[in-house]
Design a protein around this ligand. Structure first.
Ligand SMILES: NC(=O)c1ccc[n+]([C@@H]2O[C@H](COP(=O)([O-])OP(=O)(O)OC[C@H]3O[C@@H](n4cnc5c(N)ncnc54)[C@H](OP(=O)(O)O)[C@@H]3O)[C@@H](O)[C@H]2O)c1
Length: 334
């Protein structure tokens, strides 16, 4: 059987340069393994970009390198020694270097059984899981606190604002288009929504949230980070969850100014970075909470409605996300 894959063949600045589509014969299944037909894959274009530029320090990329992290799909063949999985079982898989292909072979112990192989479950695991873990371990929001979330209508952001509202926080959501504003309104989780293309973000935070940000949850960086930092509350936590503006620029912006402690020392505030793979042992807890909340209708999952289909569409979906257009989680249907 043939398997179509998107592989990185060498490090380069653009996805078109770095990657190409190949078709290979599927290897034989070992007795402990499963063959999965991927039905949806999640697009993590900012992370992928670092990968194909050779800048993810903890990944040893051997060419040709299949990339992509998360997929949902169905079991189509089972190794001889696997006895707790049936053909047709819907599964979620999360492993760096596995997703952008039509089929994947995976150790049976590494799958997560899910009720159906939908884009919603793909969003919950691992994007939702990251949001849950970042809040629990890094942001630590408490009832009554003010949390400000950037890229709030994106795959990660729309889960974070809902989980923060569940903690009874005052939720301020920032996004960049009217469509994203509508998505955020539909969640009924945000107390203030700011479209930064219509309102100046620094001005709004300086005026309405002067020294009142208990948690800044930032995935954008640069001007957004600065605006959050300037308005941290005493004991405030500024969580660096992503660096979209820096990672899409040719290089990190070089700034001259006082070191970061100047703005936070007297407030006892902190700047904290979140990195999802460092909380692996808590992933089962996060998944079970999110799946349960979703099944009870307590958590909405938003998937971007732009249709991308087939391995060939991964490049377009990636460009779309890098252009900052994502409204909910960007997925490709295979
Ligand atoms: N640290 C971790 O472990 C971890 C885990 C998962 C995700 N992340 C990070 O979390 C962020 C969200 O991930 P996601 O996959 O859910 O993406 P996403 O939020 O769906 O898309 C990124 C969003 O960032 C905003 N953005 C602002 N400046 C941008 C720029 N220069 N280029 C691209 N986007 C820009 C855009 O929203 P607006 O226009 O509304 O601002 C865009 O829609 C990413 O930065 C990702 O790297 C980190």
């Amino acid at each position: 059987m043939k398997n179509k894959q998107l592989v990185i063949t060498h490090f380069a600045e653009t996805l078109q340069d770095a990657a190409r589509i190949v078709e290979i014969d599927l290897p034989r299944l070992r007795s402990s393994q499963l063959l999965i037909k991927n039905t949806y894959v999640g697009i993590n274009a900012l992370y992928d970009r670092e990968l194909y530029r050779g800048r993810v320090p903890y990944i040893n990329v051997q060419f040709p390198y299949v990339f992509g992290v998360e997929a949902v799909g169905e079991v189509v063949a089972i190794g001889d020694s696997v006895n707790d999985v049936q053909i047709g079982q819907a599964v979620s898989t999360v492993k760096v270097g596995t997703a952008y292909q039509e089929y994947q072979i995976i150790e049976a112990v590494d799958i997560i059984k899910i009720p159906e192989a939908t884009a919603a479950y793909l969003t919950l695991n691992p994007t939702g899981v990251s949001g849950y873990l970042a809040l629990k371990n890094t942001a630590e929001p408490k009832e009554g606190e003010t949390i400000v979330v950037s890229a709030a209508a994106g795959g990660l952001g729309h889960i974070v604002v809902q989980l923060a509202k569940q903690k009874k926080c005052h939720v301020v959501a920032i996004c960049g288009t009217p469509e994203k504003v509508r998505l955020l309104q539909s969640l009924e989780a945000c107390d203030r929504i700011i479209n930064y293309r219509e309102e100046d973000i620094a001005e709004v935070l300086n005026n309405e949230y002067t020294n009142k940000i208990d948690v800044g949850f930032d995935s954008v960086g640069s001007y957004m980070f600065d605006a959050f930092l300037a308005n941290l509350a005493p004991l405030g936590r500024l969580v660096v969850s992503g660096l979209a503006t820096e990672l899409t620029a040719p290089q990190f912006e070089q700034v001259t100014g006082a070191r970061v402690y100047e703005s936070i020392y007297w407030k006892g505030a902190s700047v904290r970075c979140f990195m999802n793979h460092l909380f692996r042992e808590q992933q089962p807890e996060a998944r079970s909470y999110l799946f349960d909340q979703y099944q009870k209708g307590e958590l909405q999952v938003k998937v971007d409605t732009t249709t991308y289909e087939g391995i060939e569409a991964i490049v377009d979906a990636s460009h779309y996300l890098l252009a900052g257009k994502s409204c909910g989680k960007v997925v490709v249907k295979l």
